[in-house]
Design a protein around this ligand. Structure first.
Ligand SMILES: [Zn+2]
Length: 482
């Protein structure tokens, strides 16, 4: 029996299995944790979120805590280190230890949601309306008309989005900090930096035609974009990094795309999403052309640039193979040679399955090539996109859940390597240590979740996780060493 330091709290978790990116670690499983007090900054981040925070770590077991009376509903906020993990018969149960039993759940590390727009959370889910050919246009109109524009409203939306992430067991995000009235803004960055979430805040910018010229004028030329200072506030946790989001292939010109590629910053860009985007590059026509014309950004030079590129992927060619984290968002519409190019470059694609279905892309563009991309050597991650494109029932039950995205694919298409896409690979892609997303003795996972399976003793815990429909419970929130 190991000797445990008396000044710390011990927490023993017991569940149907423990799983991380490597698969099933033990089934059934017990996990013994050492809990130490959270830093003041970490506790403040939780308190400011309006999440119920217990006075933890507890120094003695509460009267209600015992093996038969689990503690429910509130995560332990503190620095947690795994002391032991294995079959329950092999994991000690020291005197005074707290216990949480989840016999019909699996234990998991905290998850990554690789593509979010948390500043759109307050708009909430919308039912898809109208014919498929009009969905994208109506969506753009809705976002422009309803997105928050004041710092207070943006902050409230981000805090709501952060709560929806934590409800889903998500501890890190690749979040797009939206432009406000078409201009880059730091309001969403400031708000995200005050939450417990890590990851990357990508400051969005638009730059097409006359808009590209205006951006360069403001900055002092394309080279100035390459020297964009990281603009996170001083209170930002170390686990949150600053990035740029050249918005999309149809809203950022070639020079600005190249300038973004030349920065050392993490980048996220929307690519090859819709049939409208394909039409724009193939013939300089269609709804996106009309839209750009209506907002005064369509010129003969812009048309020539689209026709020269011919395909959306050509617009982001300077971004393929960058050393810094680079996320290609959506990539619904790729040819076989394009898939081979992205695979050879070991590019990172973020697929948002429910958003793609909301827009009808499986019907209009075809099935997403995520399995072909994986086979070609690309990395594929999962994102929820914004709350707008999710079913209200899913959002209410599970928050902004990348696990729900994986379950949709697993149940529609059969098994696939979903765990690394939610854990290790996603962490690496946004610049966080994969060790914070593993369960092993000596490690300090950013969080530990219990995912409800609705059954005890599953024959295959991984399959049970992805075929279940239950929610996740955040048991421990440790953060990234803050
Ligand atoms: Zn997006």
């Amino acid at each position: 029996m190991p000797i445990f330091p008396p000044s710390t709290s011990l927490l023993r978790l017991h569940a149907a299995a423990a799983i991380d990116a490597r698969g099933v670690l033990a089934a059934p499983a017990a996990l013994l944790l050492q809990l130490r007090p959270a830093s003041p900054a970490w506790r403040t981040a939780w308190n400011d979120l309006g999440w119920p925070v217990p006075p933890v770590p507890p120094v003695s077991p509460p009267a209600t805590a015992s093996a038969s009376q689990p503690i429910v509903g509130r995560p332990f906020i503190g620095l947690a280190t795994i002391l032991a993990l294995g079959h329950p018969s092999q994991v000690p149960s020291p005197p005074g230890c707290l216990h949480i039993h989840r016999p019909a759940a699996v234990l998991l590390p905290g998850l990554v949601n690789a593509h979010t727009h948390l500043d759109l959370s307050a708009i909430g889910p919308l039912a898809p309306q109208g014919p498929l050919s009009e969905r994208f246009g109506r969506f753009v109109h809705t976002v422009v008309a309803n997105r928050p524009t004041t710092p207070a409203d943006i902050s409230a939306a981000i805090r709501l989005g952060a709560r929806l992430c934590l409800q889903a067991g998500v501890v890190a995000v690749g979040d797009i900090a939206g432009a406000v009235a078409g201009r880059p803004s730091t309001d969403a960055l400031d708000a995200l930096a005050a939450t417990p979430l890590g990851g990357v805040a990508f400051r969005e910018f638009f730059a097409i035609g006359p808009g590209q010229a205006r951006l360069f004028e403001q900055l002092g030329g394309p080279a100035a974009l390459a020297h964009s200072p990281p603009l996170l506030p001083a209170h930002a946790p170390a686990a949150l990094r600053f990035g740029l989001s050249p918005h999309a292939t149809y809203s950022v010109g070639p020079q600005a795309m190249q300038a973004a590629a030349d920065t050392p910053l993490p980048l996220a860009v929307h690519i090859a999403e819709s049939p409208e985007e394909r039409r724009l590059f193939a013939g300089a026509e269609g709804p996106l052309q009309s839209f750009l014309e209506r907002i005064g950004l369509w010129t003969p030079a812009v048309a020539a640039e689209f026709l020269a590129d011919r395909r959306p992927l050509a617009r982001v060619r300077p971004l393929v193979g960058r050393a810094a984290p680079t996320l290609f968002i959506h990539a619904n519409d790729l040819t076989e040679p394009e898939i081979a190019t992205l695979g050879a470059a070991r590019a990172t694609i973020v697929y948002c399955p429910r958003a793609a279905r909301w827009f009808g892309y499986p019907q209009t563009v075809g099935p997403h090539p995520y399995r072909a991309l994986l086979a070609a050597g690309a990395r594929v991650l999962l994102g929820t996109d914004s709350a707008i494109n999710l079913p209200q029932a899913d959002l209410t039950a599970h928050g902004l859940s990348p696990l729900d995205e994986a379950r949709l694919l697993w149940q529609a298409d059969g098994p696939f390597p979903a765990l690394p896409m939610l854990l290790d690979h996603a962490a690496e892609a946004i610049g966080l240590p994969p060790a914070n997303f593993r369960l092993e003795p000596g490690s300090a996972p950013a969080a530990i979740l219990a995912a409800d399976l609705g059954q005890t003793e599953p024959a295959d815990p991984v399959s049970a996780l992805f075929t279940a429909s239950g929610g996740v419970e955040l048991l421990v929130s440790s953060g990234f060493g803050e």
